[in-house]
Ligand binder design. Structure first.
Ligand SMILES: C[S@@+](CC[C@H](N)C(=O)[O-])C[C@H]1O[C@@H](n2cnc3c(N)ncnc32)[C@H](O)[C@@H]1O
Length: 365
């Protein structure tokens, strides 16, 4: 999906929810017809797929195949890979439903592999991020996280994932692109569901490259924006804001939300920020944001809302937050209410995006 100065069309909520439910039912039905040990085996070896997708994403194999179908030897030659290893990797990914194999033995893209094409919001970055050594090394220490509840990334690398990104700008860029590929799927739904047009100024705190903020501004032409994030992230936000034609409506404020955020906005947005942090640091972020707000100003927090019986992939994202981020977690509605009450907010209402994320509106009291 190339980013242009046009607002995106939100996905049809009912159809998306129906598709997600149908897919879940079909997957469960498919599992019911194989022995349980096969179901487990397939779950376990699926971990290999993340590594294969990450590396083929890095080598831009989907982009090569979009130009013309290629044999495994040709893909290997163009990517500097071992021909036998490439043939086996392609075969395994065709089995997994990514890429297709033609009658002449050449490989091509299919609907799924096209999501890896190198466009602005490609899933390629997400695959590369997840397969990266720093992430995989953290996950390899899961046993200790399960024993202690402490995040593995810091234990393994001696630094938080955010400080790691500061010291490894290439990985920071990949992560920012990965976030973009997720946020772009939600942005139009959030921008059109919540009445941002009632504000004059919207401040997106930890807003990454401005994927959501640019969408809000395109849906609500009179609104101005403020984007707060680490300096390195904001440097690459400029390109996105230019591409979306809203650069002149956005003030970029580099800094840490643990220190301060700019005052004067009517609506403050936190999208998948609190889920990166434990309760103590989430309270700190909320308190800093609250101190920038006038009474009556609104906070719009977008996160998965995960209840005990949650039947949504947010529960798996929750695991990633626990292992890699600062003891982060996905939260229930009640968890959010407690955090908000403790930091000077009143939770007003909860809305839902088409893909099942929660939009929590709170007012500064
Ligand atoms: C999970 S990403 C969410 C990005 C964006 N809100 C979105 O949904 O696409 C978390 C963001 O918080 C930013 N971040 C982390 N620590 C920060 C800090 N101390 N101050 C400001 N931003 C920070 C990261 O750079 C990243 O862009």
């Amino acid at each position: 999906m190339a980013l242009t100065p046009k607002p995106l069309t939100p996905p049809p909520g009912l159809a998306v929810r129906a598709a997600i439910t149908l897919r879940r039912s079909l997957l469960r039905a498919a599992e019911a017809v194989v022995p349980a040990r096969v179901a487990i085996l397939e779950r376990v070896i699926a971990g290999c797929e993340a590594n294969m997708l990450g590396e083929l994403g890095r080598l831009r194999v989907a982009d090569l195949l979009e130009q013309e179908p290629l044999s495994a030897d040709e893909i290997a030659e163009r990517t500097g890979s071992n021909p036998d290893a490439m043939a086996r990797t392609m075969r395994a990914l065709v089995y997994a439903g990514v890429f297709s194999r033609r009658a002449d033995g050449k490989f091509g893209n299919n609907r799924v592999s096209r999501a890896l094409l190198d466009e602005d919001a490609s899933s390629r970055a997400f695959a590369i991020y997840f397969a990266s050594k720093s992430n995989q090394h953290a996950w390899a220490d899961f046993a200790e996280t399960l024993r202690t509840g402490k995040n593995a990334f810091e234990r393994v690398h001696g630094t938080s994932v955010w400080d790691w990104f500061d010291a490894h700008p290439e990985e920071r860029e990949t992560f920012a692109c990965a976030m973009m590929s997720i946020t772009i799927a939600e942005a139009a739904g959030i921008a059109s569901t919540y009445p941002f047009g009632e504000a004059q100024k919207v401040c997106d705190v930890g807003g990454g490259r401005g994927t959501l903020l640019s969408e809000i501004l395109l849906h609500h032409p009179k609104v101005r924006g403020v984007l707060v994030d680490a300096p390195g992230v904001l440097a690459s936000a400029k390109h996105l804001l230019d591409a979306r034609g809203v650069r002149d409506r956005v003030e970029l404020v580099p800094g840490s939300f643990f220190d301060s955020v700019p005052s004067g906005a009517d609506i403050y947005v936190l999208k998948t920020v609190l889920h990166d942090w434990d309760d103590e640091r989430s309270r700190k972020i909320l308190s800093i944001v609250r101190s920038a707000m006038k009474p009556g100003a609104r906070l719009v927090n977008v996160d998965f809302i995960v209840e005990a019986d949650c039947d949504h992939y947010g529960v798996t994202i929750d695991m990633h937050m626990m292992v890699v981020c600062g003891e982060g977690r996905e939260r229930s509605r009640r968890d959010f209410e407690r955090l908000l009450q403790a930091t000077g907010f009143r939770m007003q209402r909860t809305l839902s995006t088409s893909t099942g994320m929660g939009i929590i509106e709170a007012v500064a009291v």
